[in-house]
Unconditional design. Sequence first.
Length: 414
Amino acid sequence: MLEERFNWWECNRSPVNACSIYITYLPELKDQPTYYSQKRANHWSRESHDALYKGVHSQVIQEAIKRVEDTFNRFIKGDFKKQRSGKPRFKSVKRYRTFCLPQLKADCLTVSPNPHKRKNGKARRDIAQINLPKIGQVKVIYHRPIPEGFTIKTGLVSHKADGWYVTLLLEDKTIPSLTPPEIQANEENSLGLDVGLEKFWTASDGTVETIQQHYRKSEDKLAKLQNRKDKKPHKSASRRQLAKKISKHHQKLQRKRKQFHYESANQLVSRDEQVFFVEDIKSANLSRKNKPKQDANGKYLPNGQSAKSGLNKSINDASWGQFLSILIYKAAKAGKLVVKVKPHNTSQVCSCCDLLVQKDLSIRVHECLCGLILDRDWNAAINIKRVGLGIFPTIKRPKRSLLTTTKEAHTIPV
């Protein structure tokens, strides 16, 4: 499927006036492979390779064709923001960890009480089985009951570090869509939030959430496991065991981080404020690599990437984007509103007198000529709230050289 699209792309991507006629020939133009054309051709492929496909459900293969089409379109056309992805790669069997079953039967899940009891007399977990097409009955851990009135529509089977998971998509037409409410923000019912790396977030009223740094605390342990794995022979059983151990450790850190984000979001939503103003930031842009520097001879110069790599780890470990997504969902569910605002100059402007006080990241205390001495993040949180309320002053951002220079002007003797 992917090879067919690559062949079409190689034959049709060059215009006639840019084709190298002396090196290559101009092939006959072909129609672009689509999802429907490849799905029709899949029927012939299943008949000719029956031994390979007889154990795979037809809709699973169709879902794989849909994935190929979406990935290839993002490569040649881009997504809805016109941002193109990298060239698609062929996936081996080991790297294909998820498949979708789009049409599960409503009665595919059966649950029965466990007749056996624990040693302390308590009842054991219910026995649950799910009927997957072409696979049959599979025992599952039924840890979350399906609410009444919901119908099973789609199943997603995924292989993670600690086992196999089945995610069920349910449908209930009586539930309305979750839309954010319309709330008029004012000084009393709103709260500004400034996220950071020393403190996870600081509120405009001075409340602080301590940052956890799950990955940074386990970095040494992961490095030791990785070194042990690198010393093992390639494709050996001991190497696979260590790789699985590292994957489980990363999964544990991911779940800890997500649990912390949910607890922090619930803490904010349980407050009396109705509107939360947060920074409209993109963590991916903040954690980019520095651009390489070269001299006149083409030799690479130090660009500060070694120091920036540690900052990138901390930014990715904090995972502000995931936290803000959870906060938006939780607030909408509670009938509250989260508004993203532009954070320009919120840490540089005094929240008391609107004076621009330039400072770099190493200065953590805001000191102004008006006498205000405040924590830098607290001052930024107050300004974020003021931006959301529309009372923040419009200040032209100074040049970067004025912000970064630390030397005073002086004369050089000749």
